[in-house]
Write a protein that binds this ligand. Structure first.
Ligand SMILES: [Zn+2]
Length: 581
């Protein structure tokens, strides 16, 4: 996929519900979320989810070939230092080409006139073909083989990580035979169209045959990439490096068991929080100016990035020195625009913070989608939706919207920003408490589908049963149930878990920051975000993908692997206080 990835919720999502949807090469979907994509190989740039005119795209299959085993016939420098230099040269070139692709994506979503859709599609396909040839070049494979065979101490830690990540991508790029790649490309378009129709008509049977095809094709693909691993784990690796379904089971079981009773408790005993005072109209130009100020206060560097408005908010661009971030605003909801802008700023800071000592190499890109999302959610939720931030924000709101905020208190703002939605039927509209259960339900279903324990035709029934069990609400129809998300129409199995992993990483990283940075809450209250941004730059951003997994990164930064108890304690404490349980 051409590096679109997305995060943050649909254009539609209320404040607390930034979901990230996937869109990848997929172009604009009606869902309109933004994606963050890990661009293949070196230049991982985040891109948004599809432009207004874009359509599902895949690299031109006619340009794909069966090159998987070709590398053995090609000579490569045998001296490791030489081989490493030759490898880096190739990876940097691929990174630059990916940067160009990122710029084309941004242009398509922000600036391009609608009439250019056709020519842009041709340009992107041509560039994708060039990239594919570079990424699957047998010479690249030969260099990787030579370096993998080099003695253990030959490469330092960073060099070893470069070889590891490049080799991993090379295997994936070269694993699929041309015929399968062509089937995947065709299915992408057909399944997407079927999903749109099924959702419009709220008729799962229209989409079901395509979902079955995606499952079959994905199993085939996973077996070609790594027949020794469970299918789900191979697919998951595209989004969350180093994660396994066994580990997800462990983590998600704990989260589910902690959240179901908390939500029931809030529903049965929680007080009612009045947020109606914030309803009204907010001038969108004033919102844009406010969001720009907040993004810059937090640390977005306008010397190395641009802020624009787009239909689908996203963060993308060409390079860590050229990060393109977009937001959008709704007249009737000032909080949604603000939290959206803060969310994207978190993604943008990660991109701007990439380590330029390793420019163009895979080790300087994001570790995973989950870790990327941890950076957006840390700023959005741990900072932006906190009480100290409300104290920073309220005077800015009073200044711009005195009629609505003139007599408000920081506590009132804080409480109203953190209302739990009820009923929670739609993922991208879900709040931070109910959101993880939406993800767990999808994870259980997609894994069951791939392992054979869930049949396609049973998806609507199981979906509705689990919604009732986990969230106490059953959807009125499939459009608002199992057809609501775009992901499965794109065959993106393994994407969903990264949203909740990101939320958990964010909580654990923030807890570590609070220990390291004296008076962090006080600093946030005063609008001094620099200590936190610098801390994240050095602890997370500059490390890139050096570590093998999110768990390893958590251990390095916080002292222990991902611990769901930290996330559960944060939610329980926050909402016990807010809802006076
Ligand atoms: Zn996001």
């Amino acid at each position: 996929m051409l590096g679109t990835a997305l995060h943050r919720g649909q254009l539609l999502s209320p404040a607390a519900q930034r979901a990230c949807a996937f869109a990848s090469a997929l172009g604009a979907s009606p869902v309109s979320s933004v994606l963050i994509a890990r661009r293949s190989l070196a230049s991982s740039v985040i891109v948004g989810m599809g432009g207004r005119n874009s359509k599902p795209q895949e690299r031109n299959p006619s340009q794909r070939g069966d090159r998987a085993n070709a590398s053995t016939a090609v000579a490569a420098p045998t001296e490791p230092a030489q081989a490493y230099d030759a490898l880096c040269e190739r990876l940097k070139e691929i990174s630059s080409l990916n940067g160009i692709a990122g710029l084309l994506d941004w242009d398509e979503m922000v600036m391009m006139p609608p009439g250019a859709a056709g020519s842009r599609a041709s340009q992107k396909a041509a560039l994708a073909g060039v990239l594919y040839d570079k990424e699957t070049d047998p010479q690249l494979g030969a260099l990787l083989e030579a370096l993998k065979a080099a003695p253990g101490e030959t490469l330092n830690e960073v060099q070893a990580a470069v070889v590891r990540d490049a080799a991993r991508e090379y295997v994936k790029k070269t694993a699929l035979p041309k015929e399968l790649a062509q089937r995947v490309a065709r299915l992408k378009s057909e399944a997407y169209a079927a999903w749109v129709k099924a959702k419009t008509e709220s008729d799962f049977s229209v989409f079901a045959p395509f979902l079955q095809q995606w499952i079959d094709v994905s199993k085939e693909k996973a077996k070609l990439i790594d027949p020794t691993k469970p299918v789900y784990d191979v697919l998951l690796d595209d989004y969350e490096k180093g994660a396994t379904s066994a580990r997800l089971d462990e983590v998600f079981t704990q989260v589910r068991e902690g959240l179901v009773p908390l939500i029931a408790d809030i529903k049965s005993r929680g007080r009612k929080i009045d947020e109606s005072w914030m309803a009204g109209e907010y001038d969108t130009d004033t919102q844009a100016e406010l969001c720009r100020k907040v993004a810059i206060d937090i640390g977005f560097d306008t010397e190395r990035g641009r802020l624009d408005v787009s239909v689908h908010p996203f963060t993308g661009g060409a390079h860590p020195t050229d990060v393109r971030m977009t937001t959008r605003f709704k007249k009737e909801n000032v909080v949604e625009g603000l939290t959206g802008a803060i969310h994207e700023t978190g993604h943008a800071l990660y991109e701007q913070g990439r380590n330029l000592s390793y420019d163009g190499l895979p080790v300087n890109s994001a570790l995973s989608m989950g870790v990327h999302e941890s950076q957006s959610l840390l700023w959005e939720r741990m900072v932006g939706l906190s009480q100290p931030f409300a104290e920073y924000l309220l005077p800015l709101l009073k200044e711009r919207f005195p009629e609505r905020f003139g007599s408000a208190t920081p506590d009132q703002l804080y409480e109203s920003e953190n209302v739990i939605q009820e009923p929670s039927l739609i993922r991208v509209e879900a709040d931070e408490v109910t959101y993880p259960l939406h993800i767990i339900l999808r994870y259980e279903l997609e894994r069951g589908l791939l392992e054979g324990s869930v049949a396609v035709e049973d998806v609507p029934r199981i979906w509705n049963e689990r919604m009732a069990a986990y969230l106490g609400a059953a959807p009125p129809n499939d459009a608002k149930g199992c057809l609501q998300d775009i992901h499965w129409s794109m065959g993106a199995f393994g994407y969903f878990p990264t949203y909740t992993l990101g939320a958990m990483y964010a909580t654990q990283i923030y807890a570590a920051a609070e220990k390291d940075i004296p008076d962090l809450a006080h600093k946030i209250r005063g609008g001094d975000f620099k200590p936190l941004k610098s801390w994240l730059n050095s602890k997370i951003h500059s490390l890139g993908s050096l570590h093998n997994s999110g768990d390893e990164l958590m251990a390095a930064v916080t002292g222990s692997p991902l611990d769901p108890a930290v996330f559960l304690t944060y939610l329980r404490d926050k909402y016990t206080h807010l809802y006076k349980l």
